[in-house]
Design a protein around this ligand. Structure first.
Ligand SMILES: Cc1cc2nc3c(=O)[nH]c(=O)nc-3n(C[C@H](O)[C@H](O)[C@H](O)COP(=O)(O)OP(=O)(O)OC[C@H]3O[C@@H](n4cnc5c(N)ncnc54)[C@H](O)[C@@H]3O)c2cc1C
Length: 394
């Protein structure tokens, strides 16, 4: 009798084949000694770019919960590369949750094109949404498109684009040039070699060099009408309100993985210290950190499982925002506790903990930000209709 392998086990095996090398690369990439391209090449060759593509289309066919587990494994080895890899899935993941029957011929053709690019071409996608004046918000963006015969022409400036120079295709948000409603935002696929596409030098931040993040400029960029996401204009904000999990919390697994790495580091250092590993106070501090890790893992996985079992549901979405808030706060708090427990060895410049400390802070910057999460959860608790766009900061 053969036992069918569950898709998540296959994906975890593929991840396990590259995580030791990704872990070795984390500090050299962080210090700028090694290019992140080396790590993304491993991801491309692993087959993991097809994690969200349905099984019958040649992919691994994971759902959002299993994806979150796999992302956590990658992030425990290398948080920055996990965050970059996540943007590929943020860009295309929602395509495979949509009911194919309801897509219409243009939507189906678009979906098939994406599948072909990823499965046959091993092409990587990225998400170019944030802008200088609005951050990650969809309302008020200045990137515009206009229809010109059988083409769309885009002009704009994106402030932070992970996978710049790495990805082949960029899913760009834009509004119609003659529409000031702020509500109607669309997504388009722009390719790295399309006319008028350029990137700045990489963003020089205090961490996450491995995301390969830069500004993106679009100047008179002409693309085919078939590059409109799912062939539908003006759906982006509506989608973010109904199904916020990719945009607001695709990162869940990444920050969970960082939290796992932080507790793993503290445990390994305590265990190597003969004197302290039997001290009740130190063991209990590690115990408290582990309890916090269990709690955030449980909430993260409950939120991710809710997306699978009850998608487009207000309670599910409130749990997603709650989890995004919790995992970020927990990762940051665990990092501070690890430093206090381990001592000076945690802050050695050639050790991983000072990197984990810096990386954990970025959960407060990436959407949904802590205040936005609390705003959502508070409003939902007060009974607001969270499918009403006026209740959202997006
Ligand atoms: C390493 C890294 C990688 C990233 N990768 C990506 C990526 O791949 N794709 C992507 O799209 N983004 C990406 N981002 C961007 C990220 O998602 C955030 O948009 C960005 O970091 C927000 O920056 P901020 O906190 O400085 O801006 P914010 O505080 O969000 O503010 C930005 C602007 O918005 C205005 N603003 C703030 N609040 C409001 C409000 N309520 N109403 C109206 N305007 C407001 C502010 O005045 C400000 O001018 C990345 C960021 C980093 C650091």
């Amino acid at each position: 009798m053969t036992i069918a392998t569950h898709p998540v086990d296959t994906a975890l095996e593929l991840a396990a084949a590259i995580t030791p090398r990704l872990a070795e690369l984390a500090d050299p990439i962080d210090r700028g000694e090694t290019s992140p391209h080396v790590a993304y090449q491993l991801i491309r060759e692993s087959g993991l770019l097809a994690v969200m593509i349905p099984h019958d289309s040649g992919g691994l066919g994971l759902d959002f919960a299993d994806y979150t587990r796999v992302l956590a494994e990658i992030a425990a080895a290398n948080g920055a590369i996990a965050l970059g890899f996540n943007m590929h899935n943020v860009a295309i993941g929602s395509l495979f949750e949509a009911d194919v029957e309801a897509l219409g011929a243009t939507g189906v053709a678009f979906r098939e094109w994406v599948i072909g690019e990823v499965v046959d071409g091993r092409k990587m996608f990225a998400s170019a949404a944030s802008e200088p004046a609005t951050g990650a918000r969809l309302r008020g963006i200045s990137t515009v498109y206009r229809r010109d015969g059988a083409a769309y022409v885009l002009d704009g400036h994106k402030s932070f684009v992970s996978l710049s120079g790495v990805a082949d295709h960029y899913v760009v948000t834009a509004r119609a040039h003659d529409d000031d409603s702020e509500i109607e935002v669309s997504h388009f696929v722009v390719s790295a070699d399309d006319p008028g596409v350029s990137f700045s030098t990489e963003w020089a931040g205090t961490a996450l060099r491995g995301t390969s993040t830069a500004q993106m400029f679009l100047s008179d960029t002409r693309i085919g009408a078939d590059r409109l996401f799912l062939g539908i204009e003006g759906m982006s904000l509506f989608k973010a309100v109904r199904d916020p999990h990719w945009m607001a919390a695709g990162y869940l697994g990444a920050y969970l993985g960082l939290a796992e790495a932080i507790v793993g580091f503290a445990a390994q250092r305590l265990s190597a210290d003969e004197r302290r590993r039997t001290q009740p106070a130190d063991v209990q501090r590690l115990g408290a950190m582990t309890v916090a890790l269990h709690a955030t893992r449980a909430l993260t996985m409950a939120a991710a499982r809710g997306v699978v079992d009850r998608r487009s549901d207000q309670e599910t979405n409130a749990t997603v925002y709650a989890a995004k808030h919790h995992v970020g706060e927990t990762a940051q708090s665990l990092a501070a506790q690890a430093v206090a427990l381990v001592g000076s060895a945690a802050m050695a410049a050639d050790g991983p903990m000072q990197r984990l400390l810096r990386e954990g802070q970025f959960c407060s910057i990436m959407p949904a930000k802590p205040a936005d999460c609390l705003d959502y959860v508070g409003r939902a608790q007060l009974g607001a209709n969270m499918f009403d766009v006026s209740n959202h900061g997006w």
